[in-house]
Design a binder for this molecule. Sequence first.
Ligand code: HEC
Length: 115
Amino acid sequence: MIANFSKPALTLALLAGAAVAGPAQAQSAAEGQKLAFDRGKGNCLTCHVIKGGDLPGTIGPELTGLKAKYSRDDLIAIVTDETKRNPLTVMPPFGRNRILSEQEISAVVDFLQTL
Ligand code: HEC
């Protein structure tokens, strides 16, 4: 009796878990896109071509295929303080200068991983 009940319940629980992880990540990526495109926040388009962004600059490389190129931790590090990797970079250290909070950087990186 118990086994008959618990199996479908477990399956449902697993499906519910998967359904929750998907939209939460998508929502964070959407928030990250807003921050990246916002001229008063990430302002990434001043220097980078990014899919879906208007009037991009070309001071930095186009942001594309980043998931294959960098781990999530690498991307967090680049956005937080690229001067650690390249002391001569013109890219602002968004985390060190507190232009973006840790949570905002996490959302931006969720967005970068969709590019
Ligand atoms: C003032 C110009 C400037 C701004 C603004 C800027 N970047 Fe950059 N970015 C660069 C440059 C230049 C590089 C090339 C690497 C270096 O200089 O170290 C770079 C490199 C990168 C890389 C590595 C790309 C690769 O393919 O190796 C990522 C990821 C990145 N930037 C993300 C961002 C994000 C996200 C923002 C906005 C929150 C942003 N950048 C804003 C100039 C900028």
